[in-house]
Design a protein around this ligand. Structure first.
Ligand code: NAD
Length: 338
């Protein structure tokens, strides 16, 4: 099936081409452009569009894609918050995604951020390279015996819970649907307010939905323990960044690890090292010694890219042949209520 692949990087091309083999062979056109209303006409004549996390799939762009003859939006990611699902339905566009590829990739990166922030590895690395071998300011604490609070224990949150349990942390969790396996492990499900009140580390793994937008805001920050470590590898807009900056300034938040940022579309995945960054909120975050930011790379392992490519090619085939999709692949507006 003729498919326009937007926001293509060299690694997308490499892994999608490797997966483009029988029985899932498709005519892929790789476009470097990010999908926006302005670039949507590039999809003219294609039945499918393959998009990533920061492509724009709002009502206007979807309308334009439908006018160009596109019938399928194949997301090569798990999250679908960037898609106006109601508009897609109105225009008869089918939206599919890769619901699970490697929860381990994201979970391991999440724990990597925790370890690095706690022992200040990002600062120690720079210091030693400068010939500064002082330990002043690098004091950490044992994670063993601390309390971690996991918001959202789906595929990724579950793996994070297991790793942290293995480290000897007490693990609290909050989810609409508790996991019996985690409960059997000793993970305790509590209301969000109790999780925030009791956790030394809070890590976010719920999807970005209308009711989780700015889940961490000025009020919920105040419910957290003074000195808390906050980690977000899920979606940027789960956090009200301005509220978090105020809490970093006051010291209420002890450290912050981010792999996602609510305005990341204009920054992440590009080399902007020769440009002046215009986002003053983001640049303020960069000034804190106790903030560690990675640019949406938690998913970025070989295993994950192989799995994403395989499932994407399979999704294209299912649509083309009119076969049913694998469970949780197709996303409709009903998903927004979950
Ligand atoms: P999942 O659907 O398996 O799990 C999400 C969990 O969140 C579910 O158990 C759900 O019940 C729960 N949930 C929903 N609303 C909630 C709420 N209000 N409070 C608490 N829990 C709630 O998803 P997953 O595969 O574990 O992925 C989690 C998120 O991670 C995705 O939505 C995506 O945004 C993000 N993600 C980030 C990267 C990255 O590279 N940084 C990669 C993949 C996924």
């Amino acid at each position: 099936m003729r498919t326009a692949v937007f926001s293509t990087k060299a690694y997308d091309r490499q892994f999608l081409q490797a997966a483009n083999v029988p029985p899932h062979v498709h005519e892929l056109t790789f476009l470097e452009a990010r999908l926006t209303l302005q670039t949507a006409p590039l999809a003219a004549g294609y039945r499918a569009v393959c998009a990533f996390v920061n492509d724009v799939l709002d009502a206007a762009t979807l309308s334009q894609l439908a006018n160009e003859g596109v019938q399928l939006i194949a997301l090569r990611c798990a999250g679908f918050n960037q898609v106006d699902l109601h508009a897609a339905q109105r225009h008869g566009l089918c939206v599919v995604r890769v619901p699970a590829y490697s929860p381990h990739a994201v979970a391991e990166h999440t724990v990597g951020l925790m370890l690095a922030l706690n022992r200040k590895l990002h600062r120690a690395y720079a210091r030693v390279r400068e010939g500064n071998f002082s330990l002043e300011g690098l004091l950490g604490w044992d994670l063993h015996g601390q309390t971690a609070g996991i918001v959202g224990t789906g595929r990724i949150g579950c793996v994070v819970a297991r790793i942290l349990h293995g480290f000897g942390l007490r693990v609290l969790a909050h989810d609409l649907a508790p996991s019996p396996e985690l409960e059997a492990l000793g993970v305790q499900y509590v209301p969000l307010a109790e999780l925030l009140r009791s956790s030394d580390i809070v890590t976010l793994h719920c999807p970005l939905l209308p009711d989780t937008h700015h889940l961490i805001n000025a009020q919920t920050v105040q419910q957290m323990k003074p000195g808390v470590m906050l980690i977000n590898t899920s979606r940027g807009a789960l956090i009200d960044t301005q509220a978090v900056i105020q809490a970093l300034k006051s010291g209420h938040i002890g450290c912050l690890g981010l792999d996602v940022y609510e305005e990341e579309e204009d920054l992440f995945f590009e080399d902007l090292s020769n440009q002046v960054i215009q986002d003053d909120v983001f640049t303020r975050l960069l000034t804190f010694p106790n903030v560690l930011i990675t640019a949406h790379q938690a998913f970025f392992t070989r295993n994950a890219l192989e799995a994403i490519a395989r499932q994407t090619m399979r999704n294209l085939s299912c649509f083309e042949r009119g076969e049913p999709f694998d469970p949780h692949v197709e996303v409709t507006p009903q998903r927004l209520r979950k």
